[in-house]
Design a protein around this ligand. Structure first.
Ligand code: CDP
Length: 221
């Protein structure tokens, strides 16, 4: 049986940064499920699909094959064979991902791939529904969160570091809107699994959060 850690939480809680570091320390792979939804969103944006038109999204998602690859422990995401890693980290794609991820047809196919991967390999997987739906039997479940002000500032710093221009207040509003949509959707809403451990990172450094998860994972070994 493979060893699985599930990490869920809202946008900007630090899931990917933390999960990557924990993966490295434990010598397991990091699976970023948000990248799969983002890739599907990129496909919709490229095809100029109206976010409000669910029927078109459902029809179109059948034409997109989203696959994951791993090189040097790093995840690479492919859209119909094309490496799109460098194209999915924009706010436009993130917001579209949140819109299309409410649709069952979009989720089903991606969740199956995530489950198959986790069954085969030791991994730490992050997303919104990992502890609740994708890996209900994960060895350790973490719910990572932070205040929306802190999360907006982190996202802002990340985008500025990449040279993208952005507005802090707009990012905070987008984050709150995205959280609301993720938490209130009918299918697999973002919520803390009953057996997940809550970690509020508002006043914690990255190292402190990583240490905390590593020690929790040791306790469970
Ligand atoms: O990086 P960030 O936390 O902002 O977002 P992400 O993890 O890349 O996910 C983008 C969007 O995909 C989220 O806002 C969710 O709506 C959706 N998503 C989901 O529904 N289920 C997942 N397991 C992962 C992401």
């Amino acid at each position: 049986m493979s060893y699985n850690i599930a990490v869920d939480g809202p946008a900007g809680a630090g899931k990917s940064t933390i999960a990557k570091l924990v993966a490295k320390k434990k010598g397991i792979i990091y699976v970023d499920t948000g990248a799969m939804y983002r890739t599907m969103a990129l496909f919709m944006l490229r095809n100029q699909i109206d976010p409000a038109d669910q029927e078109s999204i459902i029809a179109k998602c059948r034409e997109a094959e989203v696959t994951l690859g791993f090189a040097d422990g790093q995840q690479v995401v492919f859209l119909n064979g094309e490496n799109v890693n460098g194209l999915i980290r924009t706010e436009e794609v993130g917001n579209m991902a949140s819109v299309i991820s409410v649709i069952g047809e979009v989720r089903r196919n991606l969740v199956e791939k995530q489950q198959a991967l986790a069954a085969k390999q030791d991994c730490i997987m992050d997303g919104r529904d990992i502890g609740t739906c994708v890996l209900p039997n994960a060895d350790l479940k973490i719910y990572l969160t932070a205040s929306s002000t802190v999360r907006a500032k982190r996202r802002y710093d990340e985008l500025v570091a990449k040279g993208q221009s952005c507005d802090l207040e707009q990012i905070r509003l987008d984050i709150e809107e995205r959280d609301y949509r993720d938490m209130h959707r009918e299918l697999s809403p973002l919520k803390q699994a009953e057996d997940a451990i809550l970690v509020d990172t508002s006043d914690m450094t990255i190292d402190e959060v990583v240490e905390k998860i590593l020690s929790l994972s040791k306790e469970r070994d």
